[in-house]
Design a protein around this ligand. Structure first.
Ligand SMILES: Cc1cc2nc3c(=O)[nH]c(=O)nc-3n(C[C@H](O)[C@H](O)[C@H](O)COP(=O)(O)O)c2cc1C
Length: 219
């Protein structure tokens, strides 16, 4: 089974995540492909990102500025797939979520693993702009953002009293997302086991240094 970590992207009191996350978590657990854990950023009061090479310690086993930062990098590393559940703040992801992603620094913990997302908002947008932005952000972590998403417009009315979506299309879109996530998780687990390239930015640095030292072109 793939280890799926559901990252809850908002933390404020009265957040709508309170209603959306149980629905997502229940379906993910019932899907059958995943061992599910919820990473609620409320339980991870990460410092505002300020790591630098002076806080890292041993680059192969970074200590960072605080044990919580190290633990966050480790829990992200200890996953095969991610499902981000988030509201939209000013047409993007909430700052607390961006900070949690930035905090995965130097460990390359998201690398070569799939990430899917469920978005919601109080209005008609359903969080779609946050999800589009999230996909761009995750590309830079070298995660593999998936095409399939779930959006919940008018989130206050999107779920009924039993916590299930009012629209059958919403339930169907979560099923599609979970199927895709399971497929990609298995595919990328196999690919990682077969061997991974050194992260691109490190290869670029090494090739550039070598070319500079020898005066030869890199290509
Ligand atoms: C600071 C802030 C900015 C927001 N910006 C947007 C926005 O740009 N687009 C949108 O559709 N909804 C926006 N909303 C509405 C949120 O998407 C909605 O309140 C959602 O429930 C937020 O998630 P949360 O309740 O889990 O915190 C914003 C809400 C807040 C608090």
């Amino acid at each position: 089974m793939s280890k799926l970590k559901i990252i809850v992207g908002t933390t404020r009191p009265s957040r709508s995540a309170e209603r959306v996350v149980p629905w997502v978590q229940d379906h993910a657990a019932a899907h059958g492909a995943f061992e599910v854990e919820v990473l609620d950023l409320r339980d991870w009061p990460l410092p505002f990102f300020a790591e630098h090479f002076g806080t890292v310690g041993d680059i192969n086993d970074p200590t960072y500025s605080q044990p919580l930062v190290k633990a966050w990098n480790q829990t992200i590393q200890d996953a095969d797939a991610y499902l981000v559940v988030t509201g939209e703040y000013n047409h993007s992801v909430p700052g607390v979520l961006k900070n949690a992603i930035d905090t995965v620094w130097l460990s390359h913990a998201f690398r070569n693993k799939p990430v899917a997302a469920v978005g919601y908002s109080a209005g008609i947008g359903g969080g779609i702009r946050a999800l589009e932005h999230l996909a761009q952000i995750m590309v830079e972590t070298e995660a593999v953002p998936l095409r399939s998403t779930v959006v919940l417009p008018f989130v206050h009315d999107a779920l009924d009293d039993s916590g299930q979506p009012v629209s059958p299309a919403t339930t169907a879109s979560l099923q599609v997302l979970l199927d895709d996530l399971a497929w990609w998780s298995t595919a990328l687990e196999r690919a990682r086991a077969a061997g991974e390239l050194t992260p691109g930015r490190l290869r670029l640095r090494d090739l550039t240094l070598k070319a500079t030292a020898t005066g030869s072109p890199t290509a």
